[in-house]
Design a protein around this ligand. Structure first.
Ligand code: HEC
Ligand code: HEC
Ligand code: HEC
Ligand code: HEC
Ligand code: HEC
Length: 199
């Protein structure tokens, strides 16, 4: 905790808002919106580990060995594949080291990607959605209910029944009793103690 109290808002802590130039012009709009590839096809550790991870080159080559296999935009992908040298994707979101975060618990409890990352399917380049300050984490941790959805919609970018409130109100009202509520089904609790995120 002492280290925490000494922490100042250094430029490092605000750097996360600077645009990041990636080694390859990868565009989520083409892959997610146009081709409908699920997030987990590429970020395949998001359900099992603290980190969502970046796709291995072989995942890109599952498609790009056949399609756009002459494209100059994919030179680096082919080079990486044949040399075995990983593509160095740059991190866009970065929490300070003294904060503990874990993707898998959020996914298991029904917090959707779009809630924290925004409309990735509309981003040419990924930029940070919400400002990931402590108050942002805490606002949800105090009262997670409005942000909980059924697990099968975890990667859905839009509500399948828009205009009917949040996933939570939508699903709890559509059922005859509150056991239909995703918050109840996923056994979601409020977590506000400091040691949840500072260990
Ligand atoms: C499931 C198939 C699939 C996978 C996996 C895939 N892509 Fe693609 N990619 C496509 C398709 C289809 C297009 C063409 C999209 C369009 O133009 O609408 C495309 C287009 C591209 C383009 C633009 C090419 C050009 O000449 O304009 C780049 C760059 C690209 N992909 C990079 C990647 C990278 C990097 C990965 C791995 C992280 C990857 N793709 C994984 C299907 C895939
Ligand atoms: C075809 C593979 C592919 C798919 C599908 C895909 N991504 Fe990505 N994603 C990438 C690659 C490659 C990067 C690193 C380059 C970049 O930032 O664009 C990335 C980066 C990101 C980042 C930035 C991570 C950071 O560094 O902070 C987020 C957030 C993200 N993806 C979320 C999603 C979500 C949400 C979905 C589903 C709606 C999704 N992605 C679908 C390949 C993919
Ligand atoms: C509760 C908020 C939250 C949810 C839900 C969430 N993320 Fe993240 N994501 C974050 C934060 C915070 C980071 C930065 C983590 C860090 O710096 O340690 C991050 C980082 C990432 C990264 C960069 C690699 C990494 O793991 O650090 C990717 C890729 C990503 N998220 C994809 C996804 C996908 C795909 C989903 C949905 C299946 C998702 N995220 C759901 C908050 C969230
Ligand atoms: C939109 C809602 C939401 C946001 C934003 C959010 N979380 Fe969570 N978080 C949850 C929910 C729901 C749980 C599961 C609570 C439970 O145990 O039922 C959780 C659990 C956790 C846990 C695991 C707690 C444990 O005891 O195992 C950690 C660690 C965590 N969050 C860290 C963070 C951090 C750090 C941030 C901000 C960078 C953040 N969360 C932002 C909803 C959120
Ligand atoms: C849900 C996750 C979460 C919980 C719970 C939480 N924090 Fe944080 N805390 C963060 C994140 C994320 C940051 C880094 C971003 C920032 O500086 O706002 C942070 C930053 C800090 C900092 C650095 C100074 C600052 O404001 O930037 C201090 C000190 C701190 N937390 C103390 C605490 C104390 C004391 C508690 C308990 C009352 C607590 N935190 C509970 C997520 C959390």
């Amino acid at each position: 905790m002492l280290l925490l109290l000494l922490y100042k808002r250094t430029p490092l802590a605000t750097l996360q808002h600077e645009p990041v130039t990636q080694p390859i012009e990868f565009d989520h709009r083409h892959h997610v919106a146009d081709d409908g590839i699920d997030c987990r096809y590429c970020h395949n550790t998001v359900e099992t580990s603290s980190s969502a991870g970046y796709p291995a080159t072989s995942v890109c080559m599952n498609c790009h060995a056949q399609i756009w296999n002459q494209s100059p935009y994919l030179d680096l992908v082919r080079k990486s594949y044949f040399t075995g040298q990983a593509i160095e994707w740059k991190k866009v979101h970065r929490l300070p080291d003294f904060v503990y975060f874990n993707h898998s618990i959020h996914v298991a409890k029904g917090v959707g990607c779009v809630t924290c990352h925004g409309r990735v399917d509309e981003m040419a380049e990924i930029h940070q959605g919400p400002d990931m300050q402590m108050s942002w984490c805490l606002d949800c941790h105090r009262n997670p209910k409005p942000n909980i959805r059924p697990r099968q919609y975890i990667t859905a970018m839009i509500d399948p029944a828009p205009g009917q409130g949040t996933f939570e109100t939508h699903f709890s009202e559509s059922g005859s009793n509150t056991s239909q509520s995703p918050t109840t089904m996923n056994d979601v609790h409020s977590r506000t103690s400091c040691t949840t995120c500072h260990r």
